[in-house]
Design a protein around this ligand. Sequence first.
Ligand code: FAD
Length: 405
Amino acid sequence: MAEQRTDVIIIGGGMVGLTLAVGLADSGFQVAVVEAREPPSWQPGQASNRVSAVTQASQRILDRLGVWEWIAFRRVSPFEAIRAWDAAGHAGVTFDAADRGEPCLGHIVENTLIQDALREAVARRGGVSLYCPVEVGNLDVTAERVRVRLGDGRRLRGSVLVGADGASSMVRAHAGIGVHGRDYGQRGIVATVTTQKHHGAVARQRFLPEGPLALLPLADGRCSLVWSAATVRADELEAMDEPEFSAALTAASEAVLGQVTASVDRAAFPLRRLHAESYVAPRVALVGDAAHVIHPLAGQGVNLGLLDAAALVDVLHQARERGRDPGGYATLRRYARWRRGDNALMQAAMDGFHWLFSNDDPLRSIVRNVGLGATDRLAPVKAMFIDHAVGQRGDLPSLARWRYM
Ligand SMILES: Cc1cc2nc3c(=O)[nH]c(=O)nc-3n(C[C@H](O)[C@H](O)[C@H](O)COP(=O)(O)OP(=O)(O)OC[C@H]3O[C@@H](n4cnc5c(N)ncnc54)[C@H](O)[C@@H]3O)c2cc1C
């Protein structure tokens, strides 16, 4: 079988890998994406329990790739405010889009919908070949080129290999890149829930000593639950029958939306932090969860991954414009320098939140309540938090900027 020549080979066709593929194709690169699993499709009649809080920066990236309209036409839920409060004490903070003259702070979108939209975009781009479902048989990376043999015998050759293959990245392992990690000792329980009162387009998060509980507004009036709890407690919650779980959930949410009833789609994920020691190796780059996994409490994981993808598009595009080898180590290191610091900062912030909120230490409870109250009253501090939440800060890649250059 003839070897297919391409510029960039991406292993992993999740939300981040596909975003990168479409962005690179729009910059004139030939791209191959290898994905091991056929993903579940979005169901118009049924909300999925896996959702993402998509920031404005991510929305702009998806918009410029021509997929946001496809997504928004089907089902998105804008959230106009974020309300966070501590289980111990009375202080809380509200971030309101109206304070900034914005219609919303972001959108809750089902992951399957983002993925379907990106697949549709890939199908429309001549420059992307999607190999799915197929396993990687063998990776062979030298100083000059990358070769991939697929499980079904097909062969690819390119000048850059990208690991977009998630937390257990085989590309990362193959490149000999180590990881720093930490298990939070928590599991995140997700489900679609019905609440007695309407959510009013507000994303709510209550900080409990065992972990944060988030109720994210959905378009059909229900909420998407992300409940992080210490492993033992999460196991108990998982084992509960529906009425028992619903009662526990109503109590844990302080019945802020009245009685909460959980649907049957409850699932749980172990929560950990992970950071690759390097984002690049000769001819290799890592993006998304292959490079960094963070606590879901601020809903930033995939948003950081989309910024990685957009930054890598910029760096490879500029290298080519200047007549340089896009897979050259100096080029790839530019990408690593750009993204690693930002992502490390977000991870550190999530660790700080976890340390401060996931416990019942009375001293930390005082600090939390004073901090939340002060944040709520101090307009500049609040504005800074909102900028972070909506993905407005930092050195944004072209696809994520207000003005596209
Ligand atoms: C409970 C929970 C809630 C979350 N909520 C949010 C949120 O609100 N907002 C947010 O931004 N983030 C959130 N996240 C994080 C977010 O889900 C991840 O950051 C995101 O899915 C990462 O996308 P990715 O494409 O990098 O990796 P993945 O989604 O892991 O995709 C990797 C892809 O690579 C494929 N693959 C793996 N190995 C191979 C191989 N060897 N060969 C070929 N293909 C391979 C996989 O099949 C998969 O399709 C949440 C996470 C959890 C656990």
